[in-house]
Write a protein that binds this ligand. Structure first.
Ligand code: ATP
Length: 258
C-alpha cells in the first residue's frame, strides 16, 4: 500500500485498536482505539510517560499479544485474525524482538542463543551456524561466541540479542527499551548498531524513555493514556543533528510545536 506520506510504503497498520485487561469486575483500557500507520524502512520510536501504553502498543502491533478489538495489518494482511499456526510462523519469520531484559538462554552459548530461532524455524543447522557467526561478527562479539551470557557484559548480551532477532531476516525489528538496562556507553553502541541496520533499510520500531535514543528516529510517536497524542516527523538521523533533535523532541514532548 502506497500512501501520500512522502511515497512511503505502509508496513504495519492499526485500525481502531483496543486492548483491555480485566481487573476483578473492572476493565482497564490500555489501548483505546489507536489508528496508526508505520512505514517500511523507518526507524519509528514510541515514547510516552510510564504506564501510557507504549509496550502494550508494541506487543499488539507485532502480533505478540492478542487484541481486544480493532484490526492490525502487516503489509496489507490482517494478522489479528491469524490462526495459532499462522501467528507462530509470522512471529518466527517476519519479526524480530529485542527486550530490555535481554532474555538470552543462560545455558546456551552466545552462538547457540543466536542460532536457536533458526532451528525453531526449521532451517538447516550448518546454514544457521554460519549466519549466526556472521551476525556475531557484525555485532563485534565473534570472539565471545562460545561464552555463556553470564560470561559477557550486559552490552555484549544485548548485541547477541539483536543478532538473535536478525537470524531469520525479519522485516521489522521491535525493540522494547533495548538500552534501558545498559550503561550510557553500551547503550550508545546498541543505538549505533540499530541506526546502521536502519540505514541499510531494516525497519525498526523501538520504545524508549530516553530522548538521546529517540533522536535516532525518522518518526516519533507519542503515546498518552492509551492513544496517540502526536507524531513528530524527523527524517533520517545523522550525528551532527543530535543537539537540534534533542531540543526538537524536548519541545514536542512538552507540548510546544504540536
Ligand atoms: N496484564 C496486565 N493487566 C492489567 N493491566 C495491565 C497489564 N499490562 C499492562 N497493564 C496496564 O496497562 C497500562 C499500560 O501498560 P504498558 O506496559 O503498555 O505501559 P508503558 O507505557 O510501556 O509503561 P512503562 O514505561 O512503565 O513500561 C499500565 O497502566 C499497566 O499497568
Amino acid at each position: 500500500m502506497i500512501t501520500a506520506n512522502a511515497k512511503k510504503v505502509v508496513i504495519i497498520e492499526a485500525v481502531n485498536l483496543c486492548k483491555s485487561y480485566s481487573m476483578g469486575t473492572e476493565q482497564f483500557h490500555a489501548a483505546k482505539g489507536v489508528n496508526l500507520q508505520l512505514y517500511e524502512g523507518d526507524f519509528t520510536v514510541i515514547m510516552g510517560s510510564s504506564g501510557s501504553g507504549k509496550s502494550t502498543l508494541l506487543y499488539l502491533l507485532s502480533g505478540l499479544d492478542t487484541i481486544t478489538s480493532g484490526e492490525v495489518y502487516f503489509k496489507g494482511q490482517r494478522i489479528d485474525q491469524y490462526s495459532e499456526k499462522e501467528i507462530t510462523d509470522f512471529r518466527s519469520n517476519k519479526i524480530g524482538y529485542v527486550y530490555q531484559s535481554i532474555n538470552l538462554i543462560p545455558d546456551f552459548t552466545l552462538l547457540e542463543n543466536v542460532a536457536f530461532p533458526g532451528y525453531v524455524a526449521g532451517r538447516g543447522k550448518s546454514e544457521i551456524n554460519i549466519q549466526a557467526m556472521t551476525l556475531l561478527q557484525m555485532m563485534g562479539i565473534a570472539e565471545q561466541a562460545d561464552r555463556l551470557p553470564s560470561q559477557v557484559s550486559g552490552g555484549q548480551q544485548q548485541r547477541a540479542a539483536i543478532a538473535r532477532a536478525l537470524i531469520n531476516s525479519p522485516e521489522v525489528i521491535f525493540a522494547d527499551e533495548p538500552t534501558g538496562a545498559l550503561s550510557q556507553e553500551q547503550g550508545t553502541i546498541i543505538l549505533d548498531i540499530l541506526t546502521e541496520m536502519n540505514q541499510k533499510s531494516q525497519s525498526i520500531v523501538m520504545v524508549t524513555h530516553d530522548i538521546k535514543a529517540a533522536c535516532r528516529a525518522d518518526r516519533l510517536i507519542l503515546v498518552k493514556d492509551g492513544n496517540i497524542d502526536g507524531i513528530l516527523e524527523l527524517g533520517k538521523y545523522s550525528p551532527d543533528q543530535l543537539k537540534d533533535r534533542e531540543n526538537q523532541i524536548f519541545m514536542f514532548m512538552s507540548g510546544k510545536g504540536r
